[in-house]
Design a protein around this ligand. Sequence first.
Ligand code: NAD
Length: 347
Amino acid sequence: MFTARSAFSAIGRRAFSVSAQQNSKVTVLGAAGGIGQPLSLLLKLNPRVSELALYDIRGGPGVAADISHVNTKSKVTGYDAVPEQLKAALEGADIVLIPAGVPRKPGMTRDDLFKTNASIVRDLAKAAANHAPNAKLLIISNPVNSTVPITAEVFKSKGVYNPKRLFGVTTLDVVRASKFISEIQGTDPANEEVTVIGGHSGVTIVPLLSQSNHPSIDGETREALVKRIQFGGDEVVEAKGGAGSATLSMAFAGSRMADSLLRASYGETGIFEPAFVQSPLYKDDGCEFFSSRIELGPEGVKEIHPVGKVSKYEEGLIATALKDLATNIKKAWHLVPHSFMPLLTPI
Ligand SMILES: NC(=O)c1ccc[n+]([C@@H]2O[C@H](COP(=O)([O-])OP(=O)(O)OC[C@H]3O[C@@H](n4cnc5c(N)ncnc54)[C@H](O)[C@@H]3O)[C@@H](O)[C@H]2O)c1
C-alpha cells in the first residue's frame, strides 16, 4: 500500500532505480491552484515523470519556473491560457490531471460547485479530447460525481472515448479512511486498507469497514467513523474558514493515483486503486459511473472488481448512495455535449 512514509522513502530510492525507459509526460490543468502547486511538486519528485506540463489560466509559468529548480531529471514547462499553449501542454501527454476550478467554502456541498466547475471541466475536456485523446485523464475538480460523466460525454462527442482511460480521483477518501481507522484502533495507517466505493461526495462515499482489518467496529463508533470518512472534507473546509478545501492531502492523493497508473503502464502488476469510472456494477440503478476497487494495467482500467460481500448496514449505505449518485450523473448529462453555454477556456 502507498502511504505518506513509503511515498517519500520510495521516491528517494526510485530516483536512482527506475529505468531510463520510464519516461512519461504528465500535464496538470489548474497547476497554479491550491491543489495544483503541491501536486506538481510531488510529480516533480516522481522519477517516472520525464516531462511536466503546467497549465493554468493564471500563473502556470511562474509555478513551473519555481518547481523546475528542484534537482530531479524531469523538464518542467509552464503554459499560459492561450489556445496554442493549452495545445502544447496537452500534446504527447500520457497522463492529464485536472484540478482546475473553484473549491468549496464553509456550508457548501460539492454539488454547489457544479455551475462553475462543470463548464471549466467540460472545456478542458474538449481540449484534452482534441490534443491528448490517448492520455489517461484524472479528474479532481468537484463535483467529481458529475465532472467525470461530463468528460465522458465530451470524449464521446469527439469519437475518442475510451472508458479505460477516464478516472474520477477518489483516492483521498481511501487515504482518509485508512488514517481515521488507524486513529481509532491505535494502529499504523500504513497497515490499514479500507475499500471505499460509490462516489465522491457526502453519503455517496461508502467505506466498507466489514472488509477492513477491523470488521467488528460497530455501534456509535462505526456511525462516527463512517460519517467522518464521508464528510472528512468538511473538517478541512471549516478549519480553513473560507480559504478553500483540502489541497495538500489532495495533492498527496492525486500524486499517488498518478504514480499507480504510471507503474501499471510500465507493466507492474497487482496495483489496485478505487476510482470513479464507467462501471457495470450499478448501471441498472442509474449509476453508469461508480467507484470500486479497480485493478490498473497498461491501458488504465484492467479490471473492475465486484463489491464483494458487505454487511446489512453497508447495504443500506449503498442504497442511499445510489440515489444521490444517479441524480448527480443525470445532472451532468444535461450539460453536454451540445451545450449552449459559452466556452470559458480557450481550446
Ligand atoms: N477529488 C477530490 O478529492 C478533491 C479534493 C479537494 C478538492 N477538490 C476540487 O479540486 C478543485 C480545485 O481545488 P483547489 O483548492 O486547488 O482550488 P484553487 O482555486 O486553489 O485552484 C484552482 C485553480 O484552477 C485554475 N483554473 C480555473 N479555471 C481554469 C481553467 N479554465 N483552466 C485552467 N485552470 C483554471 C485557477 O486559476 C486556480 O489556479 C475544486 O473543484 C475542488 O473542489 C477535489
